[in-house]
Design a protein around this ligand. Structure first.
Ligand code: DC
Length: 229
């Protein structure tokens, strides 16, 4: 394989295994993994803490006004062998996974000014190449010229089962019906928002991992990397 580094854009619906693949690729290639969902979640946490979001509603104008006060960075965590997102210097990796954040993040991610700020930051992170970035608009908006774009998908049944297993491991008591409802509503919001909706880039490779193990999907993606460098 050539030693020249590339940028890898990974997009797809929620619970399709994007971050599992992105992390594995970054480790294998010694690249930087960037979870862009964590950045939208960190902005959402800021809005919640400032009282600018509650009960499913986000006060867009007020949030836009305080955007200059928000600094998002990543800090390497040796134990987990990946970077954790920081909000104004505070590591918030755990806080951003809480339900209140999950319930408001789609609304925050649909604000064009928020997207503009985060996209600029993401583009800066990719300037020197060697980045694996996962999200919804990476291959279409953030890195439209990425050397490798992967669009991930899996059958609805598999996605529901994966999310259910993940939540139950965290001790959250939810039913398959609830998980299905949440996945369907997030799919709808991600694909129907006006600003940078989730869509497959014309030149993306589709990876359906319904019947693939994490090791299988890594092997497949690495073969695409070899063709792309
Ligand atoms: O990947 P995730 O579930 O942590 O993403 C959280 C939310 O942020 C999700 O509703 C989609 C949104 N998002 C986005 O709009 N653009 C991205 N590049 C990444 C995430």
């Amino acid at each position: 394989m050539s030693t020249s580094k590339i940028n890898i854009a990974i997009d797809g619906y929620s619970s399709c295994g994007k971050s599992t693949l992105a992390k594995a690729l970054a480790k294998e290639l010694n690249y930087v993994f960037i979870d862009t969902g964590a950045m939208y979640r960190a902005v959402t946490l800021f809005a919640l803490r400032k009282g600018l979001a509650s009960q499913g509603t986000v006060h867009s104008e007020s949030l836009i006004a305080v955007l200059p006060e928000i600094t998002i960075t990543f800090k390497w965590n040796d134990d987990e062998q990946r970077s954790f997102v920081q909000l104004n210097g505070e590591t918030v990796e755990r806080e951003i996974r809480e339900m209140d954040v999950a319930n408001h993040v789609s609304a925050v991610a649909s604000i064009p000014e928020v997207r503009k700020k985060l996209v600029q930051l993401q583009q800066k992170m990719g300037e020197s190449k060697g980045v694996v970035m996962d999200g919804r608009d990476i291959g279409t908006v953030v890195f439209p010229k990425a050397e490798l774009k992967i669009f991930m998908t899996a059958s609805p049944e598999v996605r529901v089962q994966r999310r259910l297993t993940e939540l139950m491991a965290k001790g959250q008591n939810v039913t398959a019906e609830e998980v299905k409802g949440n996945i369907e509503s997030r799919d709808y919001q991600d694909t129907h928002r006006a600003a940078d909706p989730l869509r497959q880039a014309g030149d993306a490779r589709v990876l359906d991992n319904s019947n693939l193990t994490p090791a299988d999907q890594l092997t497949l993606a690495l073969s695409w990397v070899n063709e792309s460098v």
